[in-house]
Design a protein around this ligand. Sequence first.
Ligand code: ATP
Length: 464
Amino acid sequence: MKTLSTSLFTSFLVFNICRNFSFTNATHGVRGLRSITQTVGCFVSLYIISPKLTGLTVVVLPCLVGAGALIGSFLRRLSRLAQEQVRRGEAVSPLLKQTGLTLLYAYEVEKSCEMNENLGTGIAVFQGLSNIALNCIVLGTIFAGGTLISSNEMSPGDLMSFLVASQTVQRSLASISILFGQMVRGTSAGARVFEYLSLKPTIPLSGGGRIPYHSLAGRVDFLNISFSYPTRPGHIILDRFNLTLPPSKTIAIVGESGGGKSTVAALLERFYDPTSGVVMLDGLDIRTLDLCWLRGQVIGFINQEPVLFGASIMENIRFGKPEATDAEVFEAAKQANAHRFITSFPDGYNTVLGERGVTLSGGQKQRVAIARALIKNPSILVLDEATSALDAESERVVQEALDLATRGRTVLIIAHRLSTIQAADLICVMSNGRIIEAGTHTELLGRGGLYCDLIRRQRAEGRK
Ligand SMILES: Nc1ncnc2c1ncn2[C@@H]1O[C@H](COP(=O)(O)OP(=O)(O)OP(=O)(O)O)[C@@H](O)[C@H]1O
């Protein structure tokens, strides 16, 4: 009786100490820690109760867990394949309406049906086998324990305590195996993120001078720039390229696709340094300036596909200036023509974007991106095909926002749709890495050169 009470006391004491680690809404990490401490604790009490039975458990249990993990990974693969097959069927269904591809659709649906049946059978077999295995463990323990009792190596009370503690071990191991699966999936999903985080930029992000805000005019000079991308050193993109962006003026670059327009913007943002030549800001080589300051406070960059994060609209705009007050966020959104649509959402600026929340239209996304660029009140604004992915109506609203945003700043516009840059102070036409024509819209039309050709081609395409 004494042995029974001592053993039960030991196992329940250890079990309850470990239980205290748990919280009702524990995170996976805390739950994992609880399971591990529970398992260790229960193994200690199992060992105290009967070293022989514990030895047997230590041999049998890993084999069962290993077999379970193997079948589990096979089932996960089967489930992934079945999901892919369902998606394939869904992808074919719109074609069905258009082209009457009934046979193909029937084939895909039949296949996904078959795969899901296989998955269902696999899960049923797995659950059946797990139940049999768990019952066999209990029966095996009773059998081995009974043998030890008959040879007076163990008391019936010890066997009862052993069974109770081994049940806890089973439950904890099940939790650990789930946690392990999540860890493996998390690590493989995060591998690319960690790869990016460990990358060292070739251009140092900090260090270098800054121009005080009140004396920053925003004049940019590209002087005799030659440039090839590091991955294609022999392919010259810019060849002795010269261009000046005067303060508070709007300069547009147009030209054929692949002519190097976006490369000019990339050199201004210092994503790359030129092979030869200098990019100057207010007469200073930008290589001597602080890159964080240049990108964070001087240049606002808006491109064709804005990147918004799965966070609130407020956080998405504040990303442009992390220390901005709420009032500054509202002001930037008003300037970007976004305040009205944001406040029409039930949660207003706290509306969460992305998979967990609201999906914005292309024009709305672009206006949030404009607000993000404007919140830092940049002296220079770069618009790289900012409206080219939008339909006519969205383009009109975004263009209104841009017209407001560009006032009083040095603006570099890169555009395919020539209708959007006709009001620019200077239009530069690029070909083969150089500017071959420059002037206002009217001047260039009068010259009858490449600009005229581009306009004619776009009008002809528009009529088609
Ligand atoms: N990261 C890169 N690595 C290597 N080559 C690149 C890279 N980015 C662009 N290029 C090449 O540089 C050339 C100029 O590209 P760029 O994007 O500057 O042209 P673009 O005039 O802006 O074209 P589009 O109007 O189609 O956007 C192209 O031949 C392109 O393939």
